[in-house]
Structures are given as structure tokens and as C-alpha cells.
Design a protein around this ligand. Structure first.
Ligand code: UGA
Length: 438
């Protein structure tokens, strides 16, 4: 395997995972960011995102002399005497106006490095960007001797290192075959199937995959609603569906709706791309609408559970929310369905106490300001009219549900993740209300 000189711009969960994992594969990597305090922590081996195995890989990379950190993209290019062979762009592409991805950070990095890159360097876009961005980047660079390649990432938060080192596939797209092959070769030790294609196709793979996952979840949430109405059991229905290899068991868990920093942003962006291409992508619009409706449906469930009526008032009623992050295994609150449901409950007048294993009572995130976050689930449950499970943290299963039954005002649990064993909750005296099953 060839050892490459690699610069990675951006040390978020994608950039840092990419840098640390490429260093662990034997490459020489320098990572750049604009946050000097964060870089100082990283250089000391301190990682402030919750990603299993990442801190260890960063420390190993630094100790082996294969991983270092510098301030700014230009410094990353200047780090190697002959410049980097490959430069990864892993900077944020937030949702801009009307769901269009905001590329201003990508553009400013390109502007910063365009005259500094050595001949033959390959610029790799790893951020999720609209189809056509590789071409646009190449135009901005204005360098025939520097190729631009799209190499989307498929990492999940909370399992990013595992996903990087055990990829289902590597996708690389560009109009210069040798540059795309050089990028694919960086991952050759991982032995994953590799799709070599043009840049627009590689860019579209990422959106098409994330939107398909979102569609799968909206579909399952709709089927769960049907199960409620028809008296069927969603767990058995999805198990029965999932044995079909064309469907698969993964991503079939109903919930309060999908969220996080990727699926909502990417579904909105693809819809926007389709609109701009004069294509009415109704299936995708329905996927998003179903997700919005799912959050309201969770509130209806709580209303029925607490008041006995779909329109009953929640005004001044105390509810305990178990789980606030967008999924288990992360401390990320971005676009969390739990917070979206919480906001609707709050609008309906409920008083909210929240507990999340990844958050402390000192959590100052603006999105949780209307929730009293506590460090102890039993404290959150004190005098509650219902416990609402919103994130699938496995530790909720092993709480002392007998003790919780004595703590709440009314022993009702609305389990929007079908996480608990209903028999355990019921033995403890709770009325258990799940999704798509009785
Ligand atoms: C997602 C994709 O899964 C990754 O492949 C992709 O690389 C990443 O976005 C990205 O674009 O960077 P992530 O945002 O970490 O990863 O979250 P997921 O694990 O996909 O979960 C998304 C949402 O779906 C969460 O709210 C989760 O609770 C929900 N979900 C997931 C369910 O409700 N049910 C399931 O069965 C699975």
C-alpha cells in the first residue's frame, strides 16, 4: 500500500474520524480547523465528541507521528514540504435558505488553498453537497493540474470509527480516472466494494441513500400507525418483512420520527435539487410530511394516555421525558425528534422534566431551555402524569420500574421507541403504551 500525505480540512465528526482512521491505515495526516482552542485539545489527545474509539485512534496517531493538527487550511497545505497529495474537504454544509445546502465554507476553503496546492494534488469532497458541487469546486479552483473528486461518507454518529473501518462500500466519483483511483486506493486495506463513477453520480449516491433510509423509516412509522388502528403488532410485522433479503431487518424500528444532523437536512436538500431540476419528487415530500405528522401523533398519544381524549388538555400537567438526543449513543441534540415532540408538548401547556444519559443538569443548549433537565431519572419522574420515552437508550430498560411507579403521580409510560419490555412495565404497575402494538 502507498502511504499518502493527506490534509483534512475540518475536524467535526466526519473530518476527525476520517483523519484519525486514515492515519491508523498508515497514511500521514494533518488535520486543520479554525477553532484554535479545539485544536489545542486535539493535539493533547482530547476529543470532545462522543464517538467510541475515536480518542484512542487520535492518541495513537499522534504518538506514531502520523497525525497532527494545525490552524487553518493554508497551514495544512504548508505542513508537508512538498504539499499534500490529497486534500479532504470535511467542512459543514448547513441547511441554507429554502433547504438549499449552504456552501460558503467549502467555497472559502477552496479560495484559501487554490494557489497553494501542489501539481497533481487531488481535492476530495467528503461533505454532503448538492450534485454539481465537484464541478463548481473545480471551476473555483481554476487549476487543470488539480483534480476534484467526490467521495461521500456514510458514517453514523456514535459508530463513526466502526463504520469508517468496516464500510459497506466506498464511492468515488470524478472526471479524471487516475485521481479517482488514487483516492479509492487510500481505502484498499479495508477490502470494501468500490464504486468508481463520475462526480454527479457519487454526489447523488449520498442523498439517494440517506433519503431512502428516511423513506424506510417514514414507511415503518406509517405502518405502525396502521397496526394501532387494525390491532396488528408492528414488531412482528417488521420482523416478517425484514427476513426478505430485499428489505432487510435494519432501519425498521418505529419511533417519534427521524432526526439528527443528516436525514432532515439531506431530505430537504434533495427535494430542493429535484425542484430545481423541475421534477416533482412526491415520494420524498410524503416522506418528510409523514415525519412531521409523526411528531404530532406522539403528542396525541400522550394526550390520550393522560386525559383519555385525543383533544384533552395537557395544560400544567407534568411530564417526564426520558431521552432528549436524536438517537441513543450520542450527545447530539441537532434536529432531535425528542426535542420536536417536547416543543409540541410545551406548546400544549405541559410542564417538562427531562433526563438523558448523555446530558447533565447543567445542559445549557437553547433547545432544551423549556425542559428542566435533571441528572436522575427518578427525579425527572417525580409526580409526573406520564413518562414519555423519546430516545432508545438501552439503560432505560434496566431502571427500577417499581421505584418509578411509586415516584410518578400516575403510572403511565408512553414508549415512542417500543424500547421497554411491556411485561416488565406492566408488572411494575404501569400502563404501557407503545407504537403499533398493544
Ligand atoms: C445517517 C445515516 O444513517 C448515515 O449512513 C449517514 O452517513 C449519516 O446520516 C450522514 O449523512 O452523515 P445518523 O445521522 O448518524 O446517520 O443517524 P441514523 O443512525 O441514521 O439515525 C437517524 C434517525 O433515525 C435517528 O433519529 C434515529 O433514532 C432514527 N431511527 C433509526 C429510527 O427511528 N428507527 C430506526 O430503525 C433507525
Amino acid at each position: 500500500m502507498f502511504v499518502r500525505r493527506i490534509a483534512v480540512v475540518g475536524t467535526g465528526y466526519v473530518g476527525l474520524t476520517t483523519g484519525a482512521c486514515l492515519a491508523s491505515l498508515g497514511h500521514e495526516v494533518v488535520c486543520a480547523d479554525v477553532d484554535a482552542a479545539k485544536l489545542a485539545r486535539l493535539a493533547a489527545g482530547e476529543v470532545d465528541i462522543l464517538e467510541p474509539g475515536l480518542a484512542e485512534l487520535v492518541a495513537e496517531g499522534i504518538a506514531a507521528g502520523r497525525l497532527s493538527f494545525v490552524l487553518g487550511a493554508a497551514a495544512a497545505v504548508g505542513h508537508f514540504p512538498d504539499g499534500p497529495e490529497v486534500l479532504f474537504l470535511c467542512v459543514p454544509t448547513p441547511m441554507g435558505v429554502g433547504g438549499v445546502a449552504d456552501l460558503s465554507i467549502v467555497e472559502s476553503v477552496v479560495e484559501e488553498v487554490r494557489e497553494l496546492l501542489p501539481d497533481g494534488c487531488v481535492v476530495v469532497n467528503k461533505s454532503t453537497v448538492p450534485v454539481g458541487t465537484a464541478e463548481r469546486t473545480a471551476e473555483l479552483l481554476g487549476r487543470d493540474d488539480v483534480a476534484v473528486v467526490s467521495n461521500p461518507e456514510f458514517l453514523r454518529e456514535g459508530t463513526a470509527v466502526y463504520d469508517f473501518l468496516n464500510p459497506d462500500r466506498i464511492v468515488v466519483g470524478g472526471n479524471k480516472q487516475d485521481a479517482a483511483e488514487r483516492v479509492a486506493a487510500l481505502y484498499s486495506r479495508l477490502g470494501a466494494p468500490t464504486v468508481l463513477t463520475d462526480a454527479p453520480s457519487a454526489e447523488l449516491v449520498k442523498y439517494a441513500a440517506n433519503c431512502f433510509l428516511a423513506m424506510k423509516l417514514s414507511y415503518v412509522n406509517a405502518v405502525a400507525e396502521l397496526c394501532d388502528r387494525l390491532g396488528a403488532n408492528i414488531t412482528d410485522v417488521t420482523e416478517g418483512m425484514g427476513y426478505d433479503k430485499r428489505i432487510g431487518q435494519a432501519f425498521l424500528m418505529p419511533g417519534p420520527g427521524w432526526g439528527g444532523s443528516c436525514l432532515p437536512k439531506d431530505t430537504a436538500a434533495l427535494l430542493q435539487l429535484a425542484d430545481a431540476a423541475d421534477f416533482e419528487f412526491r415520494l420524498l415530500r410524503a416522506t418528510i410530511d409523514t415525519n412531521t405528522r409523526q411528531r404530532q401523533r406522539m403528542v396525541e398519544k400522550v394526550r390520550v394516555a393522560v386525559t383519555g381524549k385525543r383533544t384533552g388538555s395537557l395544560s400544567h400537567l407534568r411530564l417526564a421525558l426520558f431521552g432528549l438526543t436524536f438517537k441513543a449513543g450520542t450527545d447530539d441534540l441537532r434536529d432531535s425528534p425528542a426535542l420536536a415532540v417536547a416543543a409540541l408538548l410545551r406548546q400544549a401547556g405541559a410542564e417538562l422534566a427531562g433526563y438523558d444519559p448523555a446530558l447533565g443538569s447543567d445542559c445549557a443548549h437553547p433547545d432544551v431551555s423549556s425542559i428542566t433537565v435533571v441528572d436522575d431519572p427518578y427525579l425527572a419522574a417525580k409526580d409526573a402524569e406520564a413518562i414519555v420515552v423519546l430516545t432508545e437508550w438501552p439503560e432505560f430498560r434496566s431502571l427500577d420500574w417499581n421505584r418509578l411507579a411509586e415516584t410518578v403521580r400516575r403510572p403511565v409510560v408512553v414508549d415512542t421507541r417500543n424500547l421497554l419490555d411491556p411485561a416488565v412495565a406492566r408488572r411494575a404497575g404501569f400502563e404501557w403504551i407503545g407504537l403499533g402494538k398493544a
